[in-house]
Design a protein around this ligand. Structure first.
Ligand code: GRF
Length: 207
C-alpha cells in the first residue's frame, strides 16, 4: 500500500508542520508529508521545509482576485503531490465551502484550546481568554474542517492543567507541546482508516 500523502497549509511559524514531518518519518505512521503550501511569502515555516527537505510553495492569496481562484491554485498544487489529507497548521485563511466540500473529512485543523470552548479566537488571545475564564484545564483539539470556523467534528484532544502562576505565554508553550503530539496522532488514525464521522461525532474504530 502506498503511503498516505499529506499536504500542510501554514501561514507562520510552522512548528506543527515540523512535528508532523518528524513524526511521520520516525514513528509507525503510514503517511508522508509531501508538500508545504504557505500563503505568506516570508513565513518561517518555509525555512523549516528547506531544512527538512520538503517541497514548499508560496501561493500569496493577495495575488488572486477571488478566494476561489486562490483555493483552486492550492488544490492544483496538492494534486501535483498526490495529497489525500490536508492539514491546516496555523493557516490564517478561512476556507470557502468549495474547498471544504472538495476535501470533506479530508482536511484537518489544529486549535490551541479544548473546542468548542474558545473557538473563533487565535494565537495568544486563546490562552489569555482561558486564563481569564478561570478554567482549570486547557489543551488542544484536532478536528475536521467544516464550513463553520473551529466547529468541525473533533478527532483528538489533549489536555493540560492550567496552573495558578500561568501567563498566556507559559500556557501557550505547554499547549504547543501537546499540539505536537495530538496532530501526528490524528494523522495516524486517519492513515489507518480508523476515523468514522457521523454528524459532529468522530468514532475511533478499534479503540
Ligand atoms: C498553533 O497554536 C495552532 O494550534 C494554531 O496556530 C498555531 C500554529 O503554530 N492554529 P505553528 O505555526 O504550527 O508553530
Amino acid at each position: 500500500m502506498p503511503k498516505l500523502g499529506v499536504g500542510v497549509l501554514a501561514s507562520g511559524r510552522g512548528s506543527n508542520f515540523e512535528a508532523l514531518v518528524k513524526a511521520t518519518r520516525k514513528e509507525a505512521i503510514d503517511a508522508e508529508v509531501r508538500v508545504l503550501v504557505v500563503n505568506v511569502p516570508d513565513a518561517a515555516a518555509l525555512k523549516r521545509a528547506e531544512a527538512l527537505d520538503i517541497p514548499a510553495v508560496v501561493l500569496d492569496h493577495r495575488e488572486y482576485g477571488r478566494r476561489s481562484e486562490f483555493e483552486k491554485a492550492v488544490v492544483a498544487r496538492l494534486n501535483q503531490h498526490d495529497v489525500r489529507l490536508v492539514c491546516l497548521a496555523g493557516f490564517m485563511r478561512i476556507l470557502s465551502p468549495f474547498f471544504v466540500e472538495h476535501y470533506r473529512n479530508h482536511v484537518m485543523n489544529i486549535h490551541p484550546s479544548l473546542l468548542p470552548a474558545f473557538g473563533g479566537l487565535q494565537g495568544i488571545d486563546v490562552h489569555r481568554a482561558v486564563i481569564e475564564s478561570g478554567a482549570k484545564v486547557s489543551g488542544c483539539t484536532v478536528h475536521f474542517v467544516s464550513e463553520e470556523v473551529d466547529a468541525g467534528p473533533i478527532i483528538v484532544q489533549r489536555t493540560i492543567p492550567v496552573r495558578e502562576e500561568d501567563t498566556p505565554d507559559s500556557l501557550a508553550v505547554r499547549v504547543l507541546l501537546e499540539e505536537h503530539r495530538a496532530y501526528p496522532e490524528a494523522v495516524r488514525l486517519f492513515s489507518e482508516n480508523r476515523l468514522k464521522v457521523e454528524g459532529r461525532r468522530v468514532s475511533v474504530l478499534g479503540s
